[in-house]
Structure formats: structure tokens, C-alpha cells
Design a protein around this ligand. Sequence first.
Ligand code: AMP
Length: 628
Amino acid sequence: MQKLREFHRQSIEDRENFWRRESQHIHWETPFHKVLDYSNPPFARWFVGGKTNLCYNAVDRWLPTQADKPALIWVSTEVDQEVIYTRADLAREVNAAAAILRGLGVRKGDRVLVYMPMIPEAAFIMLACARIGAIHSVVFGGFASHNLAQRIDDARPKVVVSADAGSRAGKAIPYKPLLDQAMKTSQHPPKSVLLVNRGLVKFDPVAGRDLDYATLRARYDGAEEPVEWLESSDPSYILYTSGTTGNPKGVQRDTGGYAVAMVASMRYIFGGKPGDTYLCTSDIGWAVGHSYVVYGPLLNGQATVMYEGLPTRPDGAILWKMVEKYRANAMFTAPTAIRVLKKHDPALLKKHDLSSLQTLYLAGEPLDEPTAVWISESLGKPVIDNYWQTETGWPILSAQPGVEVVPTKFGSPSFPVFGYDVRVVDESTGEDLGPNDKGVVAIVPPLPPGAMSTIWGDDERFVRTYFSAIPNRTLYSTFDWGLYDDDGYWFILGRTDDVINVAGHRLGTREIEESLNSHSAVAESAVVGVRDALKGQVAVGFAVLKDPAAFEGGQAQADLENDIKRVIEERIGAVARPARIHFVGALPKTRSGKVLRRAIVALCEGRDPGDLTTIEDPSALEQIKDSL
Ligand code: AMP
């Protein structure tokens, strides 16, 4: 473990030399003159004065050596298609996409909102934005109109890029009606919508607004769009994430720091080298999809497999089939996918030649020990649990086999990653805690390259949200509980706030409550995350009705429950649909009016509700119990 410790120590104590060395793995059009400017804490500017470009580093830089090698392998079991784009093909597509965007008036610093299924055009557009210095804001295709409208209004994009439909389990999921609705309700709808028509559903283009991707693609085929060289700290993208308020936060990423961090993570954590193939099953709408479907592998000269489909269709061997066919060296997925596969025939794991696969990486939610043991024994491959957040963009805690191979412990995402000065601190004093003491996982700033540089348009909120939560010290709070043991292995023990994690998808309970409250029958509500064997957590709602007498009887309540779920699905998306909504006469609150969420969760999970001395009306808790 000596090497790993020394590597980490150097990254913190000799930060500048460490990152200067790592920065050499990307191309700088203009060299930087300073590794780090931390004169305005907690804002960190990495590689000051340097100019670079993410698209150039992901595409053009590899053309001399890899023009004919696969770069983007698209597999869709939804529409039964597989397409291999070589690096030269990718360059052609990205240049055309960049020319389309420029033709639509998109310039450096303009935002482009991407609301797309897992199709290659989504990656082309992201890289095209990077090429011309536009800032993309990808919104998960599973989100619905209210979420989309919020993000349009916050990012104020010049163009929205979308498609007629996504597909799930072979069924088309129309995107266009949700987009049209969002455009109607948003305050700042852009003038142009660029649409990829997959021919999955019929739709009526809006005259003067909707443009056909294929038509423009043909017009600009063969275009060569010049690269816009960006200052290292210029924003590359915004990615919204849920927090404790109903307003999502636009995590802003820089350019140079992100490029350097991506390559370093591919080398040291994911054990990747140019020419390797990487398979990550995340959706581009999430942080994992940004970093490890699109940017990480491509920046490191690797091929990336982009997968549209479920891990169980046509059968539970599909992920392994892709590993075999494309000789993937590493695979990255979420624990939920593995828990789903566990229910299928274990023989499916042995059906394919997995000799190319070195390691399976899992992240996005806690990896429970039984699942970790099952998959590592069934696969006979190392399994690496890595812990991070949308905000950081790459792992905070992980094994780092590219530095040194050390044993892992089930249930632990191992050790702090280079660049992160991670601590466990006391929630009420902010002091560092020692081994085996549970506290808040915090990071001593500056955050490393690649981590969020601010909240889009709201520096003050960035400081207030992330750097003011720990008392007496300016530390970045992850809002996760954790501890490390005597051997230095870390364990993550759940969130300190009201954020929940459903099948690896982060959701703010506040957002779901707002949607629930928007239903005309509901007076107020509480939404909590409750443990679930398959999805990790599910959302469960408790609603107080304005006129309970109007919904007497089982059928009336069942209909109302479904109707409220439908409203949530229409506003936020199916991921946020609560497993159950219970109707109660009152919510358990403290005397100061705060909903006692932890007590509700405890009751839902069959545990003792704990200290109830602050409760205003104990009978409200009885009602929760009775409703379950
Ligand atoms: P997201 O920003 O959607 O990636 O969600 C980040 C949150 O997911 C973290 O703050 C954790 O609560 C949780 N999380 C991510 N990875 C892990 C992991 N490997 N183990 C435990 N929790 C995780």
C-alpha cells in the first residue's frame, strides 16, 4: 500500500508538481503559466493561462494514430442496431454537428441544451459544443416537462437538441410532446430546436422552430469546423443535480482541469490505455455518462461503448455479450444493474468469453456486501466500488489499480483518490475524527481539477451550499456520512440531507414533494427514501388532503394515488414516481414545523423512530404507522 499512500500524499502536499506532471497527458495549445490559482477561496482555477479544447483532445489528437480504430461503438438492443464509428468517422460527425450549431448562431459561451436518448448524435453534439466553445447542458431523457422547463430557464440555451423518441424495453417513449410542453411553460424558450428523427413516433414539427438533424447533417457533411481554444477555466458544461431545495443546481465544470482529471482517472483508477475499449452503461444524462461514456475514454484514446438498452434484454447476458464482442477491458455500471442480474440465471455470466475484461467498476449508490460478493465470485474478476458525486465529476474514494493493486474490502470504496484531501468530521464541531468514528465526509479545499468550479450563475449559492455546512471550518461537504477503519478503508453510510438515491439516480425529496403538492387534492406532503432490496431506495409519499371526505373508501384512494403518481411522472419523470403514496390526517412535525423525516423513514423500514421529544403532535406519527 506504500506506493498508493505516497501517490496520494504527493497529490496533496506537492499539489502543483503532481498536477503539472498529469497535465502533460493532454494537448495544450497555449501552455499554462500557473498550476493553481487559489487566491479567491473556495474557488479554484486550475492551469491558469493555458488554452485547450476537450473535443480536440478527444478526437483530433488521436487521428494520427487511431483514425481507423473504433472510437464510438453504439449498441442498441432497443432498435437492434450496432454502429462502429472510427476516430475518423467521429471527427467527421462532430465537425458536421459543430457546423450545424455554428450555422444556428451558436457561439463560444452560448448554452446548448441536449435532451436526447442514448444515440450517437447525443455524443456528437456534446463534442461539437466542446469544439466551438459552447456549453452543453444535458438533461436526462427520463426527465419530464417541468424539470426540463426549469433547466431551460436556468441555462437559457440558444438551441435545444432532441429527438422524436427514446425507447425502453422495445417501446417508444416520445420526447417531443414533453419538450413542446416545456418550451411552452418556460420563460426563455430558445428559437431553434434541432431534432433527430429516429422514425420511432409520428410528430408534427413546429414551423420555423424545429429543424431536422439529418437534413442539416447532409448539408454540412465534410465541413471542417475550427477548434475554439478555451481558457482552462472556461466552462465546458453544466449538469443539473438535485439538492434539498426544489431548485436544481447547475454544476459547472471547467475545461482544462476536467481534461486532465479525466485522463488521470482513466489511467490510475480505470486502468485504461490508448486503444483499450471501455464499456459504461450509464446514461449521458448523468455525471457518470458525461465522464465515462463520453469524455474519459475518448480523451485517453480509448474506444467507448455507448449502450441503449436494458441489462436484461434480450436476456441477462447482454452486458457480457458486449464485453466479448468488443473486447472491453473495463466495465462500469451501477449496483442496481447487478442486483437485477442476480435474479437471472447465473449461467448467463459464463456464456461469454470475458478474457478481455480486467475489472468491473460499480458506483452511484451504495454497493451492498452480498451483491459485491455475488458478482465478484460469479465473474471471477476484481470488482471496484468507487464513490463520487455529480459535483466532483470523478471518484473521490476508490481503489486505484493503475497506481498499485491492493486488496479491497467488501462494502468499502477503499481509499481517498489522489487530489482529494478527504476527512471524516464531527457534524457539530467540524473537527477531524479518527478511525471508526462516524461523521460527515468532507473535502479540504481546493477541490481537485475536474471537480465543479461553481454553480452556474450563482457563486454565492456554491459557497453557501457546499462550503458552509461544516461548522467552524471551510470544508466542502459531501452530505454523506462515512467512516474509515483501522486499515484506512472508507465506508459510506448514507446521506446527511434529504437527497435520496433510487437505482443510482439522485433525487431531491423536496422536488417530489413540490410535484405532489401541485395536485389539486393535496394540502401538504412529505416524501422520504425507504430502503429497497433492488433499487437501494424508493420514494414513499405521505399526503394530507384538502378534503379527505371527498376520497373516502379504498377505490377512491387508490384512484387518487394513481392520479398523483401520474402528475409526478408528468412533471419530473418516471424515475421519481413514488412506490406508494399514503394518505394521513397530519404530518409528524417538530414544534418549529420541521417534518420529522428520519422518524418516518424508521417507521417505514420497521425500525424504532428514535428521539421524539421535539414532536408537536405524537398522534401524527401513529397515523403514519397505521397507514403503512
Ligand atoms: P450523484 O451525484 O447522482 O452521482 O449521487 C451522488 C451520491 O450517490 C453520493 O453523495 C452518495 O450518497 C451516493 N453514492 C455514489 N457512489 C456511491 C458509492 N460507491 N457508495 C455509496 N454511495 C454512493
